[in-house]
Design a protein around this ligand. Structure first.
Ligand SMILES: *[C@@H]1O[C@H](CO)[C@@H](O)[C@H](O)[C@H]1NC(C)=O
Ligand SMILES: *[C@@H]1O[C@H](CO)[C@@H](O)[C@H](O)[C@H]1NC(C)=O
Ligand SMILES: *[C@@H]1O[C@H](CO)[C@@H](O)[C@H](O)[C@H]1NC(C)=O
Ligand SMILES: *[C@@H]1O[C@H](CO)[C@@H](O)[C@H](O)[C@H]1NC(C)=O
Ligand SMILES: *[C@@H]1O[C@H](CO)[C@@H](O)[C@H](O)[C@H]1NC(C)=O
Ligand SMILES: *[C@@H]1O[C@H](CO)[C@@H](O)[C@H](O)[C@H]1NC(C)=O
Ligand SMILES: *[C@@H]1O[C@H](CO)[C@@H](O)[C@H](O)[C@H]1NC(C)=O
Ligand SMILES: *[C@@H]1O[C@H](CO)[C@@H](O)[C@H](O)[C@H]1NC(C)=O
Ligand SMILES: *[C@@H]1O[C@H](CO)[C@@H](O)[C@H](O)[C@H]1NC(C)=O
Ligand SMILES: [Cu+2]
Length: 601
């Protein structure tokens, strides 16, 4: 009894101490405490013992989710802080004080509800969260893009996202407000669903990224300037699950850096067992080449699409892309896991830190076993920056390519505007949106004409049923092109222009939501107009998006007006209007504030 009472008193104190001493920016990701992920989250299993019943990845459309009747609740507080994930003390923006942000999990068909508190201050900033790769068919206003689907969440206010986990696999979420996610407003999102391969354990998410020590605003300013030296600055480091010790002798004078604070990410596995790894490129701009020394990896999914498995030694991930792989460890001691950048056309970090390493501990070898394995160099940068060949990446659930009802050509150019800012142009227009006037809310009012057009870069596809997009990149940089609200078929890619005829496996082309576009090359995509709404199509490189490499596809506008957009969307704009009336927000990129502020009805 005495002991019991003592425990009652002591336990809460211990808990408080732990919470208080947890350094800002810490996360269990990349530590040995990172739990294995389950096959699915428990509760209300449907017939057959699984939340998705007897839906089968070979025969059931992965875009038709089951109705589980379950909602998963999350509470996010976004704020500024300082953190030193790699030893360098950086001014960061964090979700619940973690870097990377907390994992969002759900079963396929569940609803996810995330209440986001904008506690960003010193200075204040608007924000919004995008749920990368989800289709948002039932809730297109929950896509989280300022200027397009919502007004930013004003400082001090709260917005609740609620949407269905409508596809399954590995995803992530990130701020879509300017390039905020470069400072830490991102995290992984796992939707459990049927599996089409056998494995013993799910080792969880592995986020790889290039990483800047400067705040995002400074990165944007340099990349958008006309000064070639400033534009050419590489990221400072590369991280795996938010970790990779930085060589502090390279840190700028006056900065705070202590690499003894920093650790490698670590994973423990058993030889001979097979693990699922969920790779995510959550970086600012570089293409990452992921590998595990002396091992083959079996690729099983790209983005939210299961594919027919094949083996490789290097996994290519453009910013925003995800790939699930299977890994069967062999050997003894420990092994290096690596992600590398080419340091050339396909992106990179400073030549001294173009790669990150993490430690894979085998069996019961002690935690301090440092690997001695050597890795392969990344593929030679031949200037194409391509994903794996399209004829290797065929969806497990086949869908034949329909005839397109329209083919739309897009030409990407880079140039400078009258005030010397380096910008990107899609068909001659560099995107500049209006944070106070989201296009989706205007569409609901049947307003499809904007005074600032063509800067809003909206293409209205009316009632077209299947839309083919042929993009040519007249530029030295690759662009991981991402479409919201859909996965697209990838019909063709390569150097120069498309011949207008060749199509990869028309009976079952690769589908995904982000695809690398080569420098001076083309990519041909197609998507079905099965999701009325306003869907951004943009490059996922943080500063390219800010430089206007962004377009919005309006899909079936008459069906948008049939929908009841919740009142909270207009209320969010009212709060943002009030904020921008009193504050001039420091703004340099494609998300524009209204020049003259009007009162909303
Ligand atoms: C809000 O931000 C301030 C300062 O940036 C911080 O001190 C405070 O802990 C944050 N509140 C929450 C709930 O995270
Ligand atoms: C460009 O930036 C570099 C690095 O800050 C600076 O040294 C140089 O003077 C700048 N050049 C011009 C023309 O402003
Ligand atoms: C750190 O960088 C310095 C300066 O370039 C170099 O001399 C040193 O070898 C580096 N240390 C490590 C551990 O790589
Ligand atoms: C693929 O890699 C796995 C794991 O190394 C191996 O067991 C399998 O035989 C490989 N398959 C092919 C077709 O090479
Ligand atoms: C570990 O592996 C190496 C290389 O395969 C081998 O030479 C060595 O004998 C192994 N050691 C143990 C303890 O199994
Ligand atoms: C050039 O682009 C920048 C960034 O979008 C913008 O702030 C500036 O107003 C533009 N200049 C002109 C003349 O349009
Ligand atoms: C459509 O919206 C724009 C942007 O708010 C506004 O300037 C314009 O007057 C609106 N058009 C109509 C017909 O309401
Ligand atoms: C298909 O989209 C094109 C391009 O925006 C548009 O001009 C055309 O009217 C659309 N056709 C139909 C049937 O909606
Ligand atoms: C491609 O870019 C170059 C300059 O970088 C320009 O001269 C040329 O006109 C562009 N081509 C097209 C088709 O826009
Ligand atoms: Cu780009």
């Amino acid at each position: 009894m005495f002991v019991g009472r003592l425990l009652l008193v002591v336990l809460p104190v211990l808990a408080l101490c732990t919470a208080d001493s947890k350094p800002q920016g810490s996360s269990i990701l990349g530590t040995l405490q990172q739990n294995r992920l389950p096959r699915f989250l428990e509760n209300n299993p449907l017939p057959n013992g699984l939340p998705w019943g007897n839906k089968n990845p070979k025969h059931d459309d992965p875009k038709h989710p089951p109705h589980t009747g379950v909602t998963r609740y999350y509470d996010f507080t976004l704020s500024r802080g300082t953190a030193s994930p790699d030893g360098f003390l950086k001014q960061v923006m964090l979700v619940n004080n973690e870097f990377p942000g907390p994992l969002v999990e759900a079963n396929w068909g569940d609803w996810i509800q995330v209440t986001v508190h904008n506690n960003i201050s010193g200075p204040e900033d608007g924000t919004s969260i995008h749920w990368h790769g989800l289709l948002q068919k039932e809730t297109p206003w929950m896509d989280g893009v300022p200027s397009i689907s919502q007004c930013p969440i004003a400082p001090g206010s709260t917005f609740t996202y609620r949407f269905r986990a409508d596809v399954y696999g590995t995803g992530w979420y990130h701020s879509h407000y300017s390039a905020q996610y470069l400072d830490g407003l991102f995290g992984a999102m796992v939707i459990y669903g049927p599996t089409h391969t056998n494995f013993d354990e799910d080792l969880g998410v592995i986020m790889v990224q290039d990483y800047f020590h400067r705040p995002y605003f400074s990165v944007l300013k340099d990349e958008m300037s006309s000064n070639v030296t400033l534009q050419a600055q590489f990221a400072d480091n590369t991280l795996i699950n938010g970790r990779m010790p930085f060589n502090c002798s390279l840190a700028a004078r006056g900065s705070t850096c202590d690499s003894s604070d920093a650790t490698y990410s670590k994973f423990r596995v058993r030889t001979g067992k097979t693990y699922k790894l969920r790779l995510i490129n959550s970086g600012a701009g570089s293409i990452e080449y992921f590998s595990i020394d002396n091992h083959q990896l079996t690729i099983i999914s790209n983005d939210f699409v299961d594919i027919i498995p094949y083996n490789t030694t290097i996994v290519t991930l453009g910013t925003g892309q995800r790939t699930d792989v299977l890994f069967t460890p062999r050997g003894n001691g420990s092994i290096w896991m690596r992600t590398q950048t080419s340091g050339k056309f396909c992106g990179g970090a400073r030549s001294v830190a173009p790669k990150a390493q993490a430690i894979i501990l085998l069996d019961d070898y002690p935690e301090d076993t440092i690997p001695t394995t050597t890795g392969n160099p990344p593929p030679v940068d031949n200037g194409m920056c391509a994903n794996d060949p399209l004829d290797l990446t065929l969806p497990y659930y086949p869908i034949a390519l329909p005839e397109p009802s329209v083919t739309y050509n897009i030409l990407i150019n880079q140039g400078f505007n009258a005030t010397g800012q380096k910008l990107f142009y899609m068909n001659g227009n560099s995107f500049q949106g209006d944070y106070n006037d989201p296009i989706l809310l205007l569409a609901e009012q049947k307003n499809y004409s904007y005074p600032y057009d063509p800067k809003w870069n909206v293409v209205n596809f009316q009632t077209n049923s299947s839309i083919r997009i042929n993009v040519y990149n007249n530029n030295t940089s690759p662009h991981p092109m991402h479409l919201h609200g859909h996965d697209f078929f990838v019909l063709h890619e390569g150097a120069g222009l498309w011949d207008g005829v060749s199509i990869n496996h028309p009976e079952n082309p690769q589908r995904r939501d982000t695809q690398n576009l080569a420098p001076f090359g083309h990519v041909v995509l197609q998507f079905d107009a099965d999701n009325p709404g306003t869907w951004p199509f943009h490059c996922h490189i943080g500063w390219h998006l800010s430089q206007g490499l962004f377009m919005t596809f309006m899909e079936r506008p008459n069906d948008i007006t049939q929908r009841q957009i919740p009142l909270v969307m207009a209320e969010t704009c009212t709060k943002w209007d009030a904020f921008t009336k009193k504050n001039v927000v420091d703004q340099i990129d494609s998300g524009l504030r209204k020049r003259e502020r009007t009162v909303r009805r």
